[in-house]
Design a protein around this ligand. Structure first.
Ligand SMILES: Nc1ncnc2c1ncn2[C@@H]1O[C@H](COP(=O)(O)OP(=O)(O)OP(=O)(O)O)[C@@H](O)[C@H]1O
Ligand SMILES: [Mg+2]
Length: 276
């Protein structure tokens, strides 16, 4: 490994005790307590009180907060058009927020470009157009490593360990793969930068329940390696089951924020968002 790799040291994701001395506790509670940059209770990644929309259009997000802490999986659920993808794009810098801010490891990154956020350690898998269909699986992974100047073969081997089918199909155009396999390519591509945090927008969209379970298992595996995961999921029930923290968004606002478990148990959340 060369020393030019910005990700090899100080990934620091496993040390929850420093990052989050209070244990659980909702982002909402943190927000109200008034976060200070670098404060011990500031989540590792937070888009805080974000208000904004597309171009000169109306606001889509209204004081919306989403966050993920070290060692955690945070899940964003809500109806179609609620602004889940918009909130993810805002955190990744694809949307100008009119107010609010984005903090990564205590640093205010609100004005950084998406590319600079990648360099800071953010990995993002968008909901659509998340692979290069005409390129092979392996070329997709190589593209993912675009910011790296060091030898990334180890990372590629790790991605192939995580998703063995991709190794088998590495010479095939990614567009020829099944939906679930394409999503593996997309996640693998994002992992090639060795991100400090991974954002996934509907990683299980359009796949069968069996493939969904399989993908969730892989996502949990990634989280266990010390990469916090912030993801949007259509399969709300299954996603909240694996979530440390859950956010229910409605019309660009935070409707409910709690642990995944508490949201699953909340009668109102169940009735309105989980089909009873
Ligand atoms: N590029 C865009 N330009 C203008 N408006 C947009 C754009 N993308 C989304 N919107 C609008 O923003 C609102 C929220 O959309 P968004 O895609 O964030 O919702 P979502 O919760 O991700 O929905 P879904 O569950 O369907 O993925 C919708 O009213 C949508 O029409
Ligand atoms: Mg969406």
């Amino acid at each position: 490994m060369s020393t030019s790799n910005p990700y090899q040291d100080d990934r620091g994701n496993k040390d929850r005790s420093i990052a989050n001395p209070g244990g659980q506790g909702t982002a909402e509670a943190r927000r109200k307590s008034g976060p200070v940059t670098g404060a011990p209770d500031t989540p590792f990644l937070i888009g805080e009180n974000m208000t904004g929309g597309y171009g000169k259009g109306p606001d889509i997000l209204h004081e919306c907060t989403i966050a993920v802490d070290r060692g955690e999986i945070a899940v964003i659920v809500g109806p179609n058009g609620a602004g889940k993808s918009t909130a993810m794009k805002a955190v990744f810098g694809m949307l100008d927020v009119r107010s609010g801010r984005v903090l990564l490891d205590g640093e205010d990154i609100t004005t950084l470009t998406p590319q600079d956020r990648v360099i800071k350690g953010m990995g993002f898998v968008p909901q659509t157009h998340n692979i290069f269909t005409s390129m092979t699986v392996e070329e997709n992974l190589e593209m993912g490593a675009f910011i790296r100047t060091d030898d990334f073969r180890d990372t590629m081997a790790q991605v192939y360990d995580l998703f063995p089918i991709l190794k088998e199909k590495r010479r095939q155009p990614a567009g020829e793969l099944s939906g679930g396999q394409r999503q593996q390519v997309a996640v693998g591509r994002a992992l090639m930068t060795r991100p400090k945090v991974l954002m996934l927008d509907e990683p299980t969209a359009g796949v069968s329940p069996i493939v969904m379970d399989e993908l969730f298992d892989r996502i949990i595996e990634v989280a266990r390696t010390g990469i916090p995961i912030l993801m949007v999921e259509q399969n709300a029930r299954q996603a909240l089951e694996i979530a440390d923290k859950g956010y229910v968004l409605v019309q660009g606002r935070n409707a409910f924020t709690d642990t995944g478990k508490a949201l699953m148990a909340d009668p109102e959340v169940r009735r309105s968002f989980l089909g009873g």
